[in-house]
Design a protein around this ligand. Structure first.
Ligand code: DX5
Ligand code: ZN
Length: 228
């Protein structure tokens, strides 16, 4: 099992963002998780394509853009141009989910679909094989530093079962990412439920030694034996 750790820059020092993304890359991060909020789909306002383009030269690892915006399609090409590698969106925010997935992939990015705590997995019924990533939210989107919602674990397990079935026919890997309230203390049980990619904002950027925190998370992941 390949596990990936994706620090969310939502909890970084925005006044020193270039240094902050470089620092987590040096500390062993696999992806940069980039939270885009529009004060419309979610009650907070963050960063857009200009900031994505500005941090791009500071890191070699992929930029994992999490769009919490409505509408979605208008802004997707801007992020592709700004150097995003993965673009994920919420199905409730797009009137044409299949079209949005196609748009992201045509632009050469990996496409992800994001599930809020109360969003049903039925959105995967006609999309899963076209996706590169499924992102399960373990908090309601909008803010960093919230508590992990325990009911996400059963949902992650169900997504894992669906991905294991779909990956063969899809012909490409489908990642299972989880976002919200992840810390060294709960990362192993989230992995046991079936996740392979872990977003952590406050748990990494809220500590002094990013490398030690990421190493601690990896050590906990190293001890995971997944249920069959
Ligand atoms: C929440 C964002 C998350 C957030 C996670 O809406 O999508 O990526 O940064 O923050 P933590 O890890 O602090 O829960
Ligand atoms: Zn996020």
């Amino acid at each position: 099992m390949t596990y990936r750790i994706a620090p969310s820059i939502l909890s970084a020092d925005f006044a020193r963002l270039g240094e902050e993304v470089g620092a987590v890359e040096r500390a062993g991060a696999d992806l940069i998780h980039f939270d885009v909020m529009d004060n419309h789909y979610v009650p907070n306002l963050t960063i857009g394509p200009l900031v994505c383009a500005a941090i791009r030269p500071h890191v070699k690892i992929p930029i994992d853009v999490h769009l919490m915006v409505k509408p979605v399609d208008r802004i997707v090409p801007d992020f592709a141009k700004a150097g995003a590698n993965i673009i994920s969106f919420h199905p409730e925010a797009s009137d044409h989910v299949d079209r949005t997935i196609g748009l992201i992939r045509e632009l050469g990015c990996k496409a992800g679909l994001v599930f809020n705590p109360a969003t049903p997995l039925s959105y995967l019924d006609h999309t899963l094989e076209k996706l590169d990533l499924v992102l399960v939210m373990s908090v309601n989107p909008g803010f960093g530093g919230q508590q992990f919602i325990a009911s996400a674990l059963a949902k992650i397990a169900e997504v894992r079962r669906r991905i294991d079935r779909a990956e063969q026919t899809a012909g490409h890997p489908i990642w299972l990412e989880v976002d919200g309230g992840i810390k060294a203390d709960n990362i192993a049980e989230i992995a046991r439920a079936g996740a392979d990619t872990f977003v952590a904002g406050s748990a990494i950027y809220g500590t002094k030694d990013y490398a030690a925190t990421i190493a601690n998370m990896r050590a906990r992941l190293g001890a995971v034996i997944r249920a069959a």
